[in-house]
Ligand binder design. Structure first.
Ligand code: GLN
Length: 314
């Protein structure tokens, strides 16, 4: 479809779904509960860098779990896909993103306690494994990777960071549990702090779509032309998004939409059609699994309109 056709699709989806009132903002992180629930933006960035957008695409919001995609990109690029598979695991847990039960079941069944890099346990482990001489350098490497994907310097929302740090006792439990199983060998509180920081990075729907377009384009940012990760890394990251990007409802998502995606409790969802485009939608109210209600619907309709499902015969 042409840019004008995509523009019409985005506007139609926004008009259709802006009145949906299901779901509610994440409230276990107090700063997220206060975000305007009416915000709704949809952005597409084509693999050649062209941008199409509608609604609140310049409204900043916390990237939250979508950051896991970019930390994973860093780690696969540094260590290789096979090492990451061995050290963290890559199978869906079928459990909520912060499940302790998943850690315990995997440990009991002699599988990877961390689950996979897109649930909290695996994402905290990802951070701990990023090669660096210090925590400061580790954070810097993850943050610079996120910036390079976006093609601009992103900032940390300090209010979200403080709010999440003050309330993340459950994640703290997960980090120390992983230390007890010798999955995290360094300081669990340092890995947790860096994880909390990466989740507090502020992005717009447009930024997210640009970050996704870098994956759609094989790891090279289509606007800055900087190669951030290799095509091999990008394809492994997308495969992981396909099987675990929306937690325990990933199966439903893939069945309905047929493309890899990643959600965050800030209300963002990023979906990628490899080689073609990325689409990001932002709207704070979430379903029970922690996935934005309006963002899921908008992305589903646009992927259908563009025949984007990876399972469509071509
Ligand atoms: N920082 C959030 C947490 O750890 C991210 C969760 C999410 O977006 N699903 O709980």
């Amino acid at each position: 479809p042409s840019q004008a056709e995509i523009q019409r699709m985005l506007e139609a989806a926004r008009t259709k779904y802006e009145s949906v009132t299901e779901g509610k903002n994440a409230d276990y992180i107090p700063a997220l509960a206060k975000v305007d629930s009416k915000l709704f933006g949809i952005a597409v960035v084509l693999a050649n860098g062209e941008v199409v957008e509608t609604g609140d695409t310049n409204a900043p919001f916390a990237i939250e779990s979508i950051s896991k995609v970019f930390a994973l990109s860093r780690l696969i690029e540094d260590k290789g896909a096979a090492d990451v598979e061995k050290a963290i695991g890559v199978n869906a847990t079928g459990q909520p993103f912060n499940s302790v039960l998943a850690v315990e079941l995997n440990q009991m069944n002699k599988e990877h306690p961390a689950g996979n890099p897109l649930v909290n346990a695996g994402a905290i482990t990802t951070v701990a494994l990023v090669p660096a001489r210090s925590g400061a350098e580790r954070w810097d490497r993850i943050k610079k990777t996120m910036d390079a994907f976006a093609g601009r310097q992103l900032s940390v929302d300090e209010e979200v960071y403080k709010s999440e740090t003050a309330t993340n006792t459950h994640n703290r439990g997960i980090a120390y549990l992983l230390q007890s199983y010798e999955v995290i060998k360094g300081d669990p509180s340092e890995a947790l702090d860096i994880y909390t920081r990466e989740c507090s990075v502020s992005v717009t729907a447009r930024d997210l779509a640009m970050m996704g377009a870098t994956l759609a384009n094989g790891g090279t940012n289509p606007v800055t032309h900087q190669r951030i990760v290799s095509p091999d890394t990008a394809s492994h990251v997308l495969a992981m998004m396909m099987t675990g990007g929306l937690y325990e409802t990933t199966g439903t998502w893939v069945y309905r939409v047929g493309v890899p995606a990643k959600s965050g409790v800030g209300g963002g969802i990023l979906a990628v059609v490899p080689g073609k485009y990325a689409i990001a939608a932002f709207s704070p109210p979430l379903d029970k699994a922690g996935n934005s209600v309006r963002a899921q619907r908008a992305i589903e309709s646009i992927v259908q309109d563009t025949s984007g499902s990876l399972f469509a015969a071509r």
